[in-house]
Design a protein. Structure first.
Length: 133
């Protein structure tokens, strides 16, 4: 495969998946699911898109190759195979923080985490407990 045809997308997908997992967060992907090559539960598709949890705890046999993201997962208690062309994966992000990247094949494109507000400042002084009824 020539360098011109080698997509950046699978490498970014694997790297960000590892980063999110390493933080102890839950990696999720948004997939453009209306293509014929997408093998996923059709009843979960909304507006042509599908959000999938791709954590190791939620999947079995997770594989991210140069062409396909595939795994087996339970949907409504039933194990189903999922296969998505890597080109159909639009973004990957942490469910807990919203941080992630929009995937693109354009070299030099900037990647910014999803916007999140800063956590509230911690109160000063000794901690206090209050009984709430």
């Amino acid at each position: 495969m020539s360098a011109e045809k080698l997509s950046l997308r699978p490498y970014l997908l694997r790297a960000v998946h590892e980063w999110i997992t390493g933080r102890g967060d839950t990696p999720q992907v948004v997939v453009q699911a209306d293509g014929e090559d997408v093998q996923a539960p059709r009843d979960r598709i909304k507006d042509g898109r599908l959000v999938l949890n791709i954590s190791y705890q939620a999947t079995r046999n997770l594989q991210i190759s140069k062409e396909v993201l595939s795994f087996e997962a339970r949907f409504g208690g039933v194990a189903r195979p999922v296969s998505v062309p890597v080109d159909a994966v639009l973004c990957i992000y942490s469910r807990e923080t919203g941080q992630g990247v929009v995937l693109t094949d354009q070299l030099g494109a900037s990647f910014e985490p999803a916007a999140r507000s800063a956590p509230p400042p911690r109160p000063r002084g000794a901690p206090r407990l209050r009984v709430v009824k």
